[in-house]
Ligand binder design. Structure first.
Ligand code: PMP
Length: 360
């Protein structure tokens, strides 16, 4: 068996010890004689897995007691509709910050439900920046302010939490949750799909302040009503049981590594190593402004795009896979989530240098 360094943007690499434990427990979880996949979600065994995963996530992110942690389904694209359904709370408008492909998708979907104002946009820089907070034109009557904390495709990330006054701040954290500590209290709602930093696709994490739930639009499907799901402990419908089990193992792995402070140190080192290598050469170029470069998704281009296919081919031969950039922006993209070890990034940097030597 050989494992590659997988730079996929998601579904993405998982920590190897987690996969090994899942493999060892596949046929018989803790003497139950069955796989987690085969368990009733209401049985004692799965209930303990579910409760532990929620408790670990609360511990890692230091989620205050006045927030619900919900394990739902539908992914972040479904949340683009579910968020306005739950968060408008009788109001007719919300503010969105436009920083690239994923925030644009959120805006388009939300427009089905309310008047959406783009309070700030980085379209004028080709989505290579985050608009500075002082340029945001916020509406104090907005039901909420929405942003995408890390644009997985464009590779721009907020390295600050904006102050938006009393209006609840809503963030899509699909691609940077658990990459470093975050002050949950600054947000009304955090949501994200699990398939980047947490576990398999199919699980959606929602962390929402308690006072914001219970006023969903009457046509909100029950399974997507945060208040009803909170009352049912996220079990109003059958939850994605296996994904929750793996997420729990990943949470435990993060805790064993030293928690989010340790993840932050590791992710900072990985990002510095890779961006440093890109900066050091005119053969490669990162289009994103320095102060908002993502620690998780690193887009870069070759000065000569006719070498792109060869770059990918040689990378793959070196065991470095899934480096092709998203079709919207082209070029390359290295996603270096929590599960990507520093050695993987070093192997990529070695490849960058060797390839430049051969073809530069
Ligand atoms: N938001 C962000 C920031 C993402 O990276 C993605 C997936 N790449 C999505 C939303 C959409 O997620 P999903 O396809 O799981 O609904």
């Amino acid at each position: 068996m050989s494992r590659v360094y997988n730079f996929s943007a998601g579904p993405a690499a998982l920590p190897e010890p987690v996969l090994r434990q899942a493999a060892a427990e596949m046929l018989d979880w803790h003497g139950t004689g069955m796989s987690v996949m085969e368990m009733s979600h209401r049985g004692a065994a799965f209930m303990s897995i579910h409760a532990e995963a929620i408790a670990l996530l609360r511990e890692l992110l230091d989620v205050p007691s006045d927030y619900h942690v919900l394990f739902l389904q539908g992914g972040a694209i479904a949340e683009n509709a579910i968020v306005p359904m739950n968060m408008l709370r009788g109001r007719d408008r919300a503010d969105y910050i436009d920083t690239g492909e994923w925030s644009r998708r959120s805006i388009e979907e939300a427009r089905k439900y309310a008047t959406i104002r783009v309070a700030a946009s980085s379209a004028d820089t080709g989505y290579t920046t985050i608009p500075p907070r002082e340029t945001w034109d916020l509406d104090p009557g907005a039901a909420y302010v929405h942003l995408c904390a890390n644009e997985t495709i464009g590779g721009v990330e907020y390295h600050f939490t904006p102050d938006v006054g009393d209006v609840p701040l809503v963030a899509d954290v699909s691609s940077n949750i658990l990459s470093r500590p975050l002050d949950v209290r600054r947000y009304g709602l955090l949501y994200g799909g699990a398939q980047k930093n947490i576990g398999p696709a199919g699980l959606t994490i929602v962390i929402v302040r308690r006072d914001l739930v219970g006023q969903a639009h009457p046509l909100t499907p029950s399974a997507f009503d945060y208040g009803l799901q909170a009352e049912a402990d996220s079990m109003l419908n059958t939850p994605p049981t296996y994904a929750i089990y793996i997420a729990g193992l990943v949470f435990r792995w993060i805790r064993e590594q030293g928690g989010l402070k340790a993840m932050e140190a590791r992710n900072r080192a990985k990002a510095e190593l890779l961006y440093g290598a890109l900066e050091a050469s005119s053969f490669y170029r990162c289009p994103v402004a320095r102060d908002c470069r993502s620690w998780m998704n690193v887009p870069f281009k070759l000065a000569d795009p006719s070498l792109d296919a060869r770059f990918l081919q040689e990378a793959e031969a070196a065991g470095l896979v899934q480096l092709k950039g998203h079709r919207v922006v082209g070029g390359m993209r290295a996603s270096i989530y929590n599960a990507m070890p520093l050695e993987g990034v070093q192997a990529l940097v070695d490849h960058l240098r060797a390839f430049e030597k051969r073809w530069g």
